[in-house]
Design a binder for this molecule. Structure first.
Ligand SMILES: *[C@@H]1O[C@H](CO)[C@@H](O)[C@H](O)[C@H]1NC(C)=O
Ligand SMILES: *[C@@H]1O[C@H](CO)[C@@H](O)[C@H](O)[C@H]1NC(C)=O
Length: 501
């Protein structure tokens, strides 16, 4: 049970225990050494063997008593620490059960929430008492707070992996491979071990809301992938200090992101804002059908994938945002995207149709009247990965409301395959999308082994869409280095977690 993890004996206690064992060893050694010369001298001297023998026996008895005392003390200590770890792990599983109950319900009516809150408060109080009882292990109350944060994270992680278990296709696509999970856990542990070194809520920079800068939104749970997107974009930028990256993640991953970017501050003056989606009050079941459908267990999708439909609400001060997916690598300065003329349209994206392929008929169910009435089956589909969004046009045209209507219509999945987020985008921005030059976004590095090297070289952004993600073993060898060259291999966590980079 993962909930037991954070409750390993703490370093001081382990050290005390090791010191005790050393003492035990020294004591037995001293016993042997002191009795050996005595035995030797008894052989060399013929005089009064009985008194020698008595001396040796007394010596042995003394040492036996000391050893017994040490052993009893060691046993007591071990029992105490076993009892303590037991109560901590019980408390941990209680807390994670509680947190998954809280997580599975979303906003609760007052009368249902009260008992849960009361229970949570009592458990935390219990945790505090335990902490006070075992000062040597957990020296401050703040640590216990961090501890329960981690327990909460682990509970959520479990709930999530149970959901993921039902999503074999997503697992095949490597959305939560072991090494990434390991990385998130190591980062959480680092925060736990050195809580004071990581500010929980760094002051927001004025750059985050400055509409004259270049803003990017990245929605992801994958800290390694996000670090590559930001590192590559920063290296490619002529003036990095004008680029602002807004990273939005699930609340349980936020501490891991904070640790990563605290250890590896973004270089060259680039700005990075880290946000948990729970920080946006408008993402709630009463206002968002996606949220409602996920809460009701009707959707095997993650909310993170749908956050892209809330950009104008997330960034009310901004006029334009470029959406980058987390499986891209930036190769050229993206500043020019801010000057692309969208002709009053909401979305700028690279189209992906050719001949009769990848047209709307592939993504939408045209036997449905509403689809037939509103869309052309031969309209060319575009792809997510690099999108320029004009947030003012979006607000003007009410695209979020339109998206909500389509989500409501597709509640039983008859309009499009609800495990994919693209059809919702194709519907929402139909007739409202301006095709971008193809070199802005070269896609297919996660499924197409034969993309020409010139096309890749000329791309502003390359996109590893498909199942062969560059952080997985199955990645195409010919493309892998394009991604790995931006990985910060100095990060000790990567080798710990068996990333074969
Ligand atoms: C849910 O979101 C709506 C729309 O933004 C907001 O008006 C409402 O206050 C939110 N409800 C809760 C419980 O936060
Ligand atoms: C498409 O819509 C029709 C009804 O118009 C429905 O019978 C069919 O199941 C839908 N197809 C899918 C794949 O959902």
């Amino acid at each position: 049970m993962a909930g037991g993890r954070p409750f390993r004996p703490s370093a001081p206690r382990r050290a005390a225990f090791a010191a005790l064992l050393t003492l035990l060893l020294l004591a037995s050694l001293a016993f042997l050494l002191s009795s050996a010369p005595a035995a030797a001298s008894s052989r060399s001297s013929a005089s009064s063997p009985p008194s020698r023998l008595a001396a040796i026996r007394r010596h042995a008895a003394d040492h036996a008593a000391v050893l017994a005392a040490y052993a009893a003390h060691a046993r007591k200590l071990k029992e105490a620490s076993a009892a303590q770890s037991l109560s901590f792990s019980t408390l941990s599983s209680d807390l994670s059960a509680l947190s998954s109950r809280l997580a599975s319900r979303g906003p609760l009516p007052e009368d249902a929430r009260r008992p849960l809150e009361k229970e949570a408060r009592e458990r935390i109080k219990h945790a505090r008492l335990l902490a006070a009882d075992s000062k040597e292990g957990f020296d401050t109350q703040s640590k216990i707070q961090k501890l329960s944060d981690t327990v909460f994270a682990v509970g959520e992680q479990l709930a999530r992996s149970r959901r993921a278990g039902r999503m074999s296709s997503r697992i095949a696509a490597g959305s939560t491979p072991k090494s990434l999970h390991c990385l998130a856990m190591r980062l959480l542990e680092a925060r736990l071990a050195k809580s004071s070194a990581f500010a929980d809520d760094p002051d927001p920079s004025p750059a985050f809301e400055d509409p004259s800068l270049y803003h990017y939104a990245i929605f992801s749970d994958n800290v390694l992938a996000v670090s590559v997107v930001i590192a590559s974009a920063t290296r490619a930028a002529a003036d990095p200090s004008r680029h602002v990256f807004h990273v939005v993640t699930a609340p349980m991953y936020l501490p891991a992101f904070r640790v990563w970017f605290a250890r590896r501050p973004p270089p060259l003056g680039v700005h990075v804002q880290l946000i948990a989606y729970s920080d946006f009050p408008f993402l709630n079941a009463s206002s968002s059908p996606v949220f409602r459908q996920i809460e009701a267990g009707k959707r095997d999708v993650t909310l993170v994938d749908y956050l892209r439909f809330y950009l104008p609400d997330m960034f009310p001060a901004l006029q334009r945002v470029v959406l980058l997916e987390d499986d891209v690598v930036v190769q050229k300065d993206l500043a020019a995207l801010w000057h692309v003329d969208l002709d009053g349209k909401v979305n700028g994206a690279v189209e992906m149709c050719f001949g009769g392929f990848r047209r709307y008929r592939k993504y939408l169910n045209f036997t449905q009247a509403i689809v037939r009435d509103r869309f052309s089956p031969s309209a060319c589909a575009w792809e997510y990965g690099v999108n320029v969004f004009d947030l003012e046009a979006w607000r003007r045209d009410g695209c979020t409301e339109l998206f909500h209507q389509y989500m409501e219509l597709n509640v039983d999945g008859a309009l499009w395959d609800p495990t994919s987020v693209l059809p919702a985008g194709l519907m929402t921005f139909y007739g409202n999308t301006k095709p971008l030059d193809k070199s802005w976004h070269v896609m297919g590095l996660g499924y197409n082994p034969s993309i020409s090297p010139e096309v890749i070289r000329g791309a502003a952004v390359i996109h590893f869409n498909g199942n062969m993600k560059p952080w997985l073993d199955v990645a195409f060898n010919q493309y892998k280095a394009l991604w790995t060259k931006h990985v910060d291999t100095e990060m000790e966590f990567l080798t710990l977690c068996n990333f074969g980079l």
